[in-house]
Design a protein around this ligand. Sequence first.
Ligand SMILES: [Zn+2]
Length: 332
Amino acid sequence: MPEGHSVHRIARQFDRNFVGRAVTASSPQGRFAEGAAILSGRTATEVRAVGKQMFLEFDDDLWLRVHLGMYGAWDFAGEILVDPTIASANGRMGQTNQRGTDLADPILDAAGENSLTSIGAPRRARVHVRMSEQTTGLADEGDEWPPPIVGQVRLRLLTEATCADLRGPTACELQTPDEVAATIAKLGPDPLVDDVAEGEERFTSVVRRKPTSIGLLLMDQNVVSGIGNVYRAELLFRARQNPHTPGRDVPEEVVRGLWRDWVRLLAIGVETGQMMTMDDLDPDAYRRAMASRDDRHWVYHRAGLPCRICGTSIVVEEAAGRKLYWCPSCQA
Ligand SMILES: [Zn+2]
């Protein structure tokens, strides 16, 4: 499932490539045909990401709300402008596009987690094709424009130069400004949207009065925005916190520490495109970790493997229908 860092990256991509431009909208699959017809021809004016949801504003106070859910993803094609401040961390500079003329050896994840062109639920097969185009600088001058429709595209947004295809979202709908405000008001604080100190107070006060386990509270988008299964497991391990402790019994300093760590990890995630949750890696270990998920997490997806700190087998269990990974010794 795409976590908060992906949605913020998607919003930044929309900011660079769509805001200020006239957009042609369509729903090749048909399930958003009415909405697409209303959007088409308007200019995108603003984009916001809050937690796992993106809000794209068009002329006349019309907003598009997209929640990718478990399986959603955006695929970008054509001109893809890269933010140099973000790109520098990955060795990318300036402007580039799908042909990859300008990529200075970015460390791309083998599973496509930080793909430049597909953000959301990883789709191995298709992402691999794209990534090889990027890394080999394959010439594709003869490619069709707009790109052919592949699969179930709920919404296609097209400018003169850039194409964004949305597949498999949980929510894709038009909202009024009041509806957007009401949606956002229900969400817990997001470190990249809300004042960080205020967010810490809100998060701490809610967690500290709940009987629900801290493992479930971290995933509750009304408590804190943007944390999914990977960040949940890793944040709790980094805090050496038992996931089953009721929120109200977690010491206040630990709760505040979880928020501050989320602020840190989210910033790294947005910058690198990956849920990098390990600190103080030497350059070789950092490259390995950026290239492969198996080398960048403490406990996530490590069931049965020895804990990197104490050697105890990492445990996996079901919690509210999602897999929860933790070390029963470090997080006793
Ligand atoms: Zn351990």
